[in-house]
Design a protein around this ligand. Structure first.
Ligand SMILES: Nc1ncnc2c1ncn2[C@@H]1O[C@H](COP(=O)(O)OP(=O)(O)O)[C@@H](O)[C@H]1O
Ligand SMILES: [Mg+2]
Length: 154
């Protein structure tokens, strides 16, 4: 299922993260794509907040992976920008294919090592705080796209 979403402000990004946080299951994977500054890390910060993680979440660009140990779910925040043209990093396998929650910035760069079923969010910046999102989810993720569609109204 595919959903187009208009984001008018940071509050909307916060709301989206909140809705998704209520739908998590073990091994949940979110792939984010969109230009620099489109809000991939900002979305992840809000998701971490709604998961109850109080650590300050920063961009993992120079480390590829940051681990947030938490209950009931660990959060694995990845930025795979540096893997462009490489396509995979086998060390990430253990995290992506685990019971934790993976959020992967620039996920198309490692698409060959990702499962088909995941929540994919593509962000386009249209103005200061405005974004156009395309959200795709199949299989177990279809229900989440429906939930977003139902609850993210204006
Ligand atoms: N609606 C919005 N959603 C997400 N970020 C927004 C929004 N409006 C403004 N911003 C700002 O855009 C910037 C996004 O930066 P960041 O999240 O680091 O982007 P990326 O990780 O995609 O490079 C932040 O400064 C954030 O405050
Ligand atoms: Mg980022």
């Amino acid at each position: 299922m595919e959903l187009k979403l208009h984001v008018g402000s940071l509050n909307d990004t916060d709301l989206l993260a909140k809705i998704i946080s209520g739908n998590l299951f073990p091994g949940f994977i979110i792939g984010l794509t969109g230009d620099l500054g489109s809000g991939k890390t900002t979305f992840t910060k809000y998701l971490a907040k709604h998961m109850g993680i109080s650590d300050n979440l920063n961009s993992p660009t120079f480390t590829i992976l940051k681990v947030y140990d938490h209950k009931p779910y660990n959060l694995y925040h990845m930025d795979v920008y540096r893997l462009e043209g490489i396509g995979y990093d086998f060390e990430l396998d253990d995290f992506i294919y685990s019971d934790g929650i993976s959020v992967i910035e620039w996920y198309p760069y490692i698409e060959e090592m990702l499962p088909k079923e995941m929540l994919k969010i593509s962000i386009t910046t249209t103005d200061d705080e405005q974004r156009e999102l395309e959200i795709v989810g199949e299989g177990r993720y279809e229900q989440i796209v429906k939930d977003i569609s139902n609850r993210y109204g204006h």
